[in-house]
Design a protein around this ligand. Sequence first.
Ligand SMILES: C[S@@+](CC[C@H](N)C(=O)[O-])C[C@H]1O[C@@H](n2cnc3c(N)ncnc32)[C@H](O)[C@@H]1O
Length: 249
Amino acid sequence: MSEYDLLADVYDLEYDHDYDVPFWRALASRERGPVVEWGAGTGRIAVPLAEQGFEVAAVEVSERMVERGQGKSPAVRWVAEDMRDVKLEQRFGLAVCAFNSFLCLTTPDGALAFLRNTREHLRPGGLLGVEVSAFWPEELAGEPGGPGLCHDLTRGLPEGRLERFSVSRYDAASQVMEMRLFYELYNGDGVMRRRRSHGLRIRVTSRDELGLMLQLAGFEVEAVHGGFGGEPFVAGCDHLIVLARRPAG
Ligand SMILES: C[S@@+](CC[C@H](N)C(=O)[O-])C[C@H]1O[C@@H](n2cnc3c(N)ncnc32)[C@H](O)[C@@H]1O
């Protein structure tokens, strides 16, 4: 069972933003050929791209997430496999790995296997876009007395609300952040009805580590942005977006 199987029922409630979709849509329009999204979740990006007429394949390791995505759009080619080694028997003009799916690969070997597999799925001259959260030392350092409980979000429901809290611990040696997420479901009278917790792990990366991995996997880094408006990547940015091309030759 994958980590996200247990989060599939709350994923769309937690992550309902779409400010990044126009960025990927513009790239899909600019690059030729079909699009593959790696670690596509429930199709937050893949589904609007398919709705706009792009041919889209969505690879997602969690079967529960894929089931939700299939319910939203049969126009997407859904593949419930691991992006490190799946073979799609199709070549793409654009590959998208967005919203921290790349950070779910918690070892450098896994990340490199994924990048090499992506290269094999791009036509010569095809583009890969990777977008991850940018983490800065002060955020990763943690509290002096040990990790504290954060309140992450409140989401209104037809009858009640969902609250999410989390505790994170970052290991600077492995660059792995262990998170424990706590979900509390309240009814309309404010009475807690259900409570559960899940563990998640991500491996934080940096601009230059990602750039070197891309080079090792046979890509040429074409652009680095710090936001979806094409802002430069500078200290304090929320996002790290790297565009890298499989050489045409
Ligand atoms: C934070 S979510 C992002 C989902 C989607 N890209 C979005 O923008 O909403 C990360 C997703 O990557 C998936 N994932 C993690 N490791 C994977 C792997 N090895 N192969 C395919 N999908 C993977 C997870 O199951 C999860 O659905």
